[in-house]
Write a new protein. Structure first.
Length: 281
């Protein structure tokens, strides 16, 4: 492993860590050497993932938390502090969405999405920063999971606006917290097939392939390298950045299929593989 990407001895946490993108991030950080706390609403999957991380030889525990609750966030971060004694890396991934067009959404739907996706990220980041400032020397990496919905239409107003807020929040916090040697960045995935794609028709999946320059539907595995990069010393001079990881999906005109000369790296069957860790980090 390139030592710039080595996370040995680092203490990390992942919110919404029990499944999907969060699970991939947690396992990737552990594979790179970090101890990883799992924060999630679902105790069953959270405990299972913590046990899986411990099998990799890393320290891990599960902490239940609704990230929209300030008291629960503070309790979870206190638990992480007691477990590790410090915090070096935080991935704020917990998120929700409500199906339906905006004209069908109730104010409660808006509130539910924004309270988790945006307010929850702010609450977690504030608590994480306070713990990172206690490191000696003070430093840390905060990584917020946004979406291509932050700059293109991807679902509905509540979801897209909340993710756009995450991007600008990350930039604002990066500007403020650089004085503590804390880097704040975000990752904007595209449409992640092995998280959401199983409910989609093959026709819809094929349309995604046709308008994505790299030719396949995104997997959670495609986020492993980016999250390790932003967590590691390799990104020490990167802050306030929105790293778009979407296979070029958001570059498409949406008017006609893009041309290909070679088969894509991943075939349709491989799009649904839940491979959270890529060897070699």
């Amino acid at each position: 492993m390139n030592k710039a990407f080595d996370l040995a001895g680092r203490a990390a946490l992942v919110t919404g860590g029990g499944r999907g993108i969060g699970r991939a991030c947690a396992l990737s950080l552990a594979a790179a050497g970090a101890d990883v706390a799992v924060i999630d609403l679902d105790s069953t999957i959270g405990e299972e993932l913590a046990a899986e991380i411990r099998k990799l030889g890393r320290r891990s525990s599960f902490f239940p938390c609704d990230v929209a609750s300030p008291d629960q966030v503070d309790a979870a971060i206190d638990g992480v502090a007691n477990l590790f004694g410090r915090l070096d890396v935080a991935v704020n991934n917990a998120g929700v969405w409500r199906r339906g067009a905006d004209e069908t959404q109730a104010p409660a739907d808006w509130d539910a999405v924004v309270s988790v996706n945006l307010t929850g990220v702010w609450l977690c980041a504030m608590a994480e920063m306070k713990l990172m400032r206690k490191n000696r020397p003070a430093e840390g990496k905060i990584i917020n999971i946004a979406s291509v919905g932050s700059f293109i239409y991807a679902g509905n107003g509540a979801y897209d606006a909340s993710k756009a807020g995450v991007v600008q929040l990350s930039r604002s916090l990066a500007a403020q917290w650089g004085r503590y040697n804390i880097n704040v960045n975000c990752i904007s995935p595209g449409y992640v097939g092995n998280v959401f794609g199983r409910s989609r028709s093959e026709e819809e999946r094929q349309r995604l392939r046709e308008i994505t320059p790299l030719g396949y539907v995104q997997r959670t595995a495609d986020l492993c390298g980016p999250v390790v990069f932003l967590a590691s010393s390799a990104s020490d001079y990167v802050t306030g950045h929105n790293l778009v990881v979407d296979g070029g999906h958001s570059l498409s005109t949406w008017l006609r299929p893009l041309e290909r000369d070679l088969p894509p790296r991943v075939d349709p069957a491989g799009e649904l593989d839940d491979i959270p860790v890529v060897a070699g980090y």
